[in-house]
Each structure stands twice: as structure tokens, then as C-alpha cells.
Design a protein around this ligand. Structure first.
Ligand code: GUN
Ligand code: ZN
Length: 441
């Protein structure tokens, strides 16, 4: 584990959203922008936050202050849906979901039986998160427990708050990628006992999606969730029209796709469903009633041609939404790039995604989707000190564009449109500087 710096003091421009909200229009009132601010962390948590003018007197003598006069400091990005074994296959050409899985994804995932390979890619993956300012993620591993151990070990080395789980799949996949209803249960149980609440790690029961699990396996997943109500459920839902039609064929006794998961006890306040592009009205109501969350994955939905996620509908239905990169169907680890595409997905539906709503989804809204808003997502005292230092002027074009921005809202919007990993100057995990951009990065 990285050595813990007991006290960290950071001075600079800070921007965050102070509270979760029920409606997008309420976000503006929760924006907090401190032009010359100070953040003091103690043993990984935020001990004090406010203006430098007031806060300088809170510092004990000899405290080193890290000063970022030019940059913008925001809470760490939260990625609510990503597959670490798919890191190496971003940009696989030409297919939509079901063909893409068979052609590219399954052959890639077979490699993760090997613990050394898993460890190598897990380390690369964690570095890539840090390099992109992502401090927490909800992550798919593969069916192999080796992949889960490798990922949690790599996350633990950085002291990151990470949620992950072993994929459950007992049909419609290559033999080498399948478990059974019983081994899905027993292997997940062992992993829950080992990792859930171990340091900052949390576990998610992870059936890949309804087509690759039998009813018996989904029942076992539900049994596990009932035994460990505090663990997460993480799966895919209603991403692609052919997928939705296939689920209706496979589960004719159920009312629809979400009803399959609901029937087996897999909905709830710690359940996160990736995509939800094609939900029907009763499914929106079920999502709301069960307090389940959605991971909105715009780069993936565009890349696989899945469809346009109706964000406005999610607000209307009272359903929590986080932002997901969905690597490797998604095309970037970077949440600024993901927001750039999220904005365009809303434009194509005649809706607007403001800069502050964007910041909301990528930080405190994502934390709420993961039921971690009591611990993460803004600079409130007592929260875990995960934050990112952003350079707004990483390129000549950005410099020119930023010189014309009128206020912080405008500046953040230009950043999310033009920005990427070049804008991540430093990433702090639990008060500790875990990544600093070098000129060669
Ligand atoms: N549905 C089932 N598995 C997957 C996956 O690996 N990626 C995406 N985007 N959708 C899925
Ligand atoms: Zn996915």
C-alpha cells in the first residue's frame, strides 16, 4: 500500500457540487466555486475546506502547502461502468453488441485465466484510471477469480476505492469462459469474504447480462445478494435492440428485460445497470421504485451503434444516473471525453447537458449512483480525499479557447469539449498524490 501522508494541504481554484439533487435544474444552486481555496486532508479524509484567507490559520506550523495557482481542482472522476479485461481491445472494428461480444470480447477475456496476465493488465488499467483522473470505478472482471484478485490487488496498492466482481456466465459463451450456477455462487462468495470491505475495496455480484445466465444461475446470484445485502449488483440492461428481443425469447415468462433481474432479487439501491437505452415505461417505474441506478455510457452507445440514452427521461422518472466509460466498447478512459460525447447524445435528442450537470454526473451524481455519496463526490468535510488537479490549458487550442471564456461554467464546458488525459495534471487518492503528469505522458 502507498504510504499514507497524514496531512496534505492543497491551495488553488476549487469547483464542486455540494449536494445531490432530485432535478437537474437544482444543480446550479449547489455549485461551489472557490477561487483561492484551501483543502486540508488528514489520514485520507477532508478535514477542512474553504477559502485560503480563512483557512491559512487552520494550518499547523511547517505544513507544506501544495499550491496550484493556475489549475482547477475538482473531486475525482467516478466511472460507474468499465471492463478492465477489455483495455486491450478498445476500437474493435465493425460490429454491434452481440457480434462484437463473440468476435472480439470473448476471445480477449479467455486470457484472464492466467493470474500473471491478469496482474499485468490490472496494473496497466489502474494506472490508466489515475492518468485520467478517475479515482473510483465499478468494474467488470472476467469469469475467472484470478482476474478479480489481480484487480483488487492493484487497486489496493494505490489505496483506491474500487468496486468489482467476477462475471457470472453459464450459457451462450465459449466453454473456457463459463462457470455454473453452483460455482458462480461459491466462487463469488469466497471473493466477497476476501474483498468486500477489505481496505477501500467493495464487491459487486456481476452476472454479465441475462442472455448468458440460466434461471438457475440468476437465482443463485439473488440468493447471494440476499445473504450479503450490502454488496453491489452490476450488470447490463437494454443496451441493444437485438439483445432486448433475445431476452424476451429466452425468458418468455417474464414481463420484460428488467423483470428478469427484478424477479431474481437483483434490483435495489446497490444495483447498477449499464446502458438502459431502450427501457419501456414499466421498466423506468421499476428502476425508480427499486432505487436502482443507471450507468450512462455515451462513447460505447455511439461506438456500438446501440442508441441514444434519454437522460432527461431518467431525471423525470427519478432514477439515479452515473457516467460510465464502458471500456472496451467505450472509446476513452477519460471522463472529459465521455462528457463531450454525452453532450452530443443529448443534442441529438433536442436536449441540453449543461457544464454543471456534466460535472454532477461525473462526481457527486456518480457517487450517489454507487450509494457512496456519503463518502465521495465533493469537498465536504469528512469525505474521502480523492481529487483531481486539472490543467485547463494543455494545448495551444485550449489556451486560445480558455482565454475567451467568461466564467467558470463556460471554462468547464470548453474543458469537457476539448479535454482529455493531457488535462490531468495530478490525481490524489485518499489525500496522497498518486499520479503526476510528466511531459512524456
Ligand atoms: N453486454 C454483455 N456483455 C457486454 C460487454 O462486455 N460490453 C457491453 N458494452 N455490453 C455487454
Ligand atoms: Zn459493459
Amino acid at each position: 500500500m502507498s504510504s499514507l501522508v497524514a496531512t496534505t494541504a492543497v491551495r488553488g481554484r476549487f469547483l464542486d457540487i455540494q449536494n445531490t439533487v432530485a432535478q437537474a435544474r437544482d444543480i446550479h444552486a449547489q455549485v461551489r466555486y472557490v477561487e483561492d481555496g484551501l483543502l486540508i486532508t488528514q489520514n485520507g479524509k477532508i478535514q477542512w475546506f474553504g477559502t485560503w484567507q480563512e483557512g491559512q490559520y487552520q494550518l499547523s506550523p511547517n505544513t507544506q502547502v501544495e499550491h496550484y495557482p493556475e489549475q482547477l481542482i475538482i473531486p475525482g472522476f467516478i466511472d460507474t461502468h468499465i471492463h478492465f479485461p477489455q483495455t486491450e481491445m478498445v476500437g474493435a472494428y465493425g460490429e454491434q453488441l452481440l457480434e462484437w461480444l463473440n468476435t472480439y470480447t470473448f476471445p480477449t477475456e479467455i486470457q484472464f485465466k492466467d493470474p500473471d496476465y491478469s496482474a499485468k493488465i490490472a496494473q496497466f488499467f489502474i494506472q490508466e484510471l489515475l492518468k485520467n483522473g478517475t479515482t473510483t470505478a465499478l468494474v467488470f472482471c472476467t469469469v475467472h477469480p484470478e482476474s478479480v484478485n489481480a484487480l483488487f490487488e492493484a487497486a489496493t496498492a494505490q489505496n483506491m476505492r474500487l468496486i468489482a466482481g467476477k462475471v457470472l456466465m453459464d450459457r451462450h459463451a465459449p466453454e473456457a469462459l463459463m462457470d455454473t450456477a453452483d460455482t458462480a455462487y461459491s466462487e463469488s462468495k469466497t471473493l466477497i469474504e476476501k474483498w468486500h470491505g477489505n481496505g477501500r475495496n467493495l464487491y459487486a455480484i456481476t452476472p454479465r447480462f441475462a442472455p448468458t445466465s440460466t434461471s438457475e444461475q440468476l437465482e443463485k446470484a439473488g440468493q447471494l445478494k440476499a445473504e450479503y445485502p450490502d454488496v453491489y449488483v452490476h450488470t447490463h440492461l437494454s443496451e441493444n435492440k437485438n439483445e432486448v428481443a433475445w431476452v424476451k425469447e429466452l425468458f418468455p415468462e417474464r414481463q420484460g428485460y428488467l423483470d428478469v433481474y427484478d424477479h431474481y432479487g437483483l434490483t435495489g439501491s446497490k444495483s447498477v445497470f449499464a446502458h438502459c437505452v431502450h427501457l419501456e415505461e414499466d421498466e423506468w417505474q421499476c428502476m425508480h421504485k427499486t432505487d436502482s441506478a443507471i450507468a450512462f455510457c455515451p462513447t460505447s452507445n455511439l461506438f456500438l451503434g446501440s442508441g441514444l440514452f434519454p437522460l432527461k427521461k431518467a431525471w423525470q422518472a427519478g432514477v439515479k444516473v452515473g457516467l460510465g466509460t464502458d471500456i472496451g466498447a467505450g472509446t476513452s478512459f477519460n471522463q472529459l471525453q465521455t462528457l463531450n460525447e454525452a453532450y452530443k447524445v443529448q443534442q441529438l435528442q433536442g436536449d441540453k447537458l449543461s457544464a454543471f450537470e456534466s460535472l454532477y454526473h461525473a462526481t457527486i451524481g456518480g457517487a450517489k449512483a454507487l450509494s457512496l455519496d456519503d463518502k465521495l463526490g465533493n469537498f465536504n468535510v469528512g469525505k474521502e480525499a480523492d481529487f483531481v488537479v486539472l490543467d485547463l490549458n494543455a494545448t495551444a487550442l485550449q489556451q486560445l479557447r480558455q482565454s475567451k471564456t467568461k466564467n467558470i461554467e463556460d471554462a468547464f464546458f470548453a474543458l469537457m469539449t476539448l479535454g482529455d488525459d493531457r488535462n490531468i495534471a495530478a490525481t490524489y487518492i485518499y489525500g496522497h498524490k498518486a499520479y503526476v503528469k510528466k511531459s512524456s505522458d
